[in-house]
Design a protein around this ligand. Structure first.
Ligand code: FAD
Length: 397
């Protein structure tokens, strides 16, 4: 069996490596040239996502890139701790969630796939695809065509594959939050007390924006700002320099509890003016031997902390289905019910947390109760403690 995997983000290279384990010959197609491992922001992969990386033999690569992260601590505007969100049980080898630069992970996974002999075509994107008999023919933007038995769209939240499968498929939705991220070299020296503790994301519900920071083992501090505001237009983005954004962010956080303003002032931005989107219910995931996975099929808002983990889980489960079921149509039909309820529940959880980023005093009281009684280790185990056993066989029943 031959597969074309569209996209070399998180899901694409992982799918290709999982398919290789299943005996399927996969080619990855990425519209961009080789990725810059230093471009872009930081994110956190949860134990459930790391478990999926482990199924493909890439956990050690992630461990080399990641900073251990065991909890999110939520702090109110007055400095009072509202609660601690557990990030799930560590893996059996005591690997907890890992914070890392997203681009380092995607570059590493793409490199690893190539090292394992997986053909990756860089610099030309999917333009069109259609079924011809038992095959799918894909046309790329460089004018070449490629034929395979199945086409897997791991092409992100604005997926062209999603539209090829269903021209009326929904588009991603702006959730009312903009996202900025940065790093403060040696920033740990600016911190004291609970702010300086390692292995946590410490997050503050500021008066005008939500801020989080994490101390990495070399003493740098990575941080993000979620600023609730109307969508940033391309014109505004083009007219605003990084320095101007940074000044606005310092003003935004000024007077809030915690180290936000000081860290932003001494730091550099690596994610600028990103409009936050999510994608909930996509009615059609597969048709005519084409299927969407990862953000192309379901994109939780970043505040869920689960998008990349969902993409990694998808990669493994889809490869299991293609490995075990007698036909591609049966494999794609079996894949969807194994994933849909879980990922849509996570998108909903992400949408809820995106809507509470700058709560008033009364809402903060409520949040305190929520964090104490509702967001417990037990209540979030369904999300973080999910594990996939590669050897488990998939059957249609
Ligand atoms: C600011 C921010 C913070 C986040 N924080 C977290 C977090 O803490 N934890 C977490 O788990 N997730 C987080 N996420 C979400 C996470 O990054 C995504 O869920 C994850 O990257 C999805 O992986 P993917 O492979 O499906 O898509 P992507 O990683 O987006 O990869 C899609 C790839 O497809 C390529 N592509 C697109 N169109 C074409 C085409 N026509 N032809 C060929 N290639 C194409 C793109 O260039 C890209 O390389 C965050 C996201 C953002 C924006």
């Amino acid at each position: 069996m031959k597969a074309l995997v569209i996209g070399a983000g998180v899901a694409g290279p992982l799918t290709a490596m999982a398919l290789q384990r299943a005996g399927v010959d996969a080619t990855v197609i990425e519209r961009h040239d080789h990725p810059d491992p230093e471009a872009g922001s930081w994110f956190c992969i949860s134990p459930n996502g790391l478990d999926a990386l482990d199924a493909v033999g890439t956990l050690d690569l992630a461990r080399d890139l990641g900073s251990p992260t065991r909890r999110n601590v939520l702090v109110g505007a007055t400095g009072r701790e509202l609660g601690t969100l557990p990030l799930g049980a560590p893996l059996a080898n005591d690997t907890p969630a890992l914070t890392m630069k997203r681009s380092r992970l995607t570059a590493t996974l793409a490199h690893e796939a190539e090292e394992r002999g997986i053909r990756t075509l860089w610099g030309a994107g999917l333009a069109d695809a259609h079924r011809e008999g038992d095959h799918v023919v894909a046309a790329l933007t460089d004018g070449t065509t490629h034929t395979a038995d199945v086409l897997i769209g791991a092409d992100g939240v604005n997926s062209p594959t999603r539209r090829l499968i269903d021209p009326s498929a929904p588009e991603a939705r702006y959730v009312g939050l903009t996202n900025f991220g940065g790093v403060t070299p040696g920033g740990a020296a600016l911190l004291s007390g609970p702010d300086a503790e390692p292995e946590q994301w410490r997050m503050v519900f500021g008066r005008r924006a939500f801020f989080g920071h994490h101390v990495v083992p070399n003493g740098d501090v990575v941080w993000f700002v979620n600023w609730p505001r109307p969508l940033i237009s391309p014109g505004e983005r083009a007219a605003t320099t990084h320095e101007q954004w940074r000044e606005q962010l310092v003003d935004l956080m000024d007077g809030d509890t915690g180290p936000a303003a000081a860290l932003i002032e001494a730091g550099t931005l690596d994610l600028v003016a990103d409009n936050t989107h999510d994608l909930g219910h996509v009615p059609v995931w597969h048709r005519d031997r084409m299927v969407v996975i990862g953000d192309a099929a379901h994109a939780p808002a970043p505040s869920s902390g689960q998008g990349a983990s969902m993409a990694a889980e998808d990669a493994v489960v889809l490869a299991q289905c293609l490995r075990d079921l007698p036909s591609i149509d049966e494999a794609l039909a079996a894949y969807e019910p194994r994933r849909r309820a879980r990922v849509e529940r996570i998108v909903k959880a992400g949408a809820r947390s995106s809507s509470t980023k700058s709560p008033g005093p009364l809402q903060q009281q409520l949040l305190r109760a929520v964090f104490r009684f509702a967001v417990t280790e037990k209540n979030t185990a369904w999300m973080y403690d999910h594990r996939i056993t590669w050897e488990d066989r998939v059957s249609v029943r």
